[in-house]
Design a protein. Structure first.
Length: 94
């Protein structure tokens, strides 16, 4: 795995700067695609597949992220977002 450092393995220290660290069943992922829908899809896929602890650090372009139970019209200025091409993306969790 090119972008993976497996803790306790025979990697070199510079590999810690890569996108994913796996320790037993725990995963820390810092890979970011910049596109909110892609980042949220990856988050959901990791969540559904993971059997342990997972932490993701990611960064999106300008966007509004709302939870599964939130209504965009109450949480944000939808007209402003549309006028400025700011995507409103829904998370699969609350």
């Amino acid at each position: 795995m090119a972008n993976t450092f497996i803790a306790g393995g025979r990697g070199q220290p510079d590999k810690m700067r890569q996108s994913k660290v796996i320790v037993g069943r725990a995963i820390l992922s810092t890979k970011s695609y910049g596109e909110p829908s892609v980042n949220l899809a990856l988050e959901e896929a990791l969540f559904l597949r993971n059997e342990g602890f997972i932490a993701r650090i990611w960064e999106n372009k300008e966007s509004v992220i709302i939870g599964r139970a939130q209504l965009a019209r109450f949480e944000t200025d939808v007209d402003y977002c549309q006028a400025h091409a700011i995507p409103i993306v829904r998370r699969f969790t609350a």
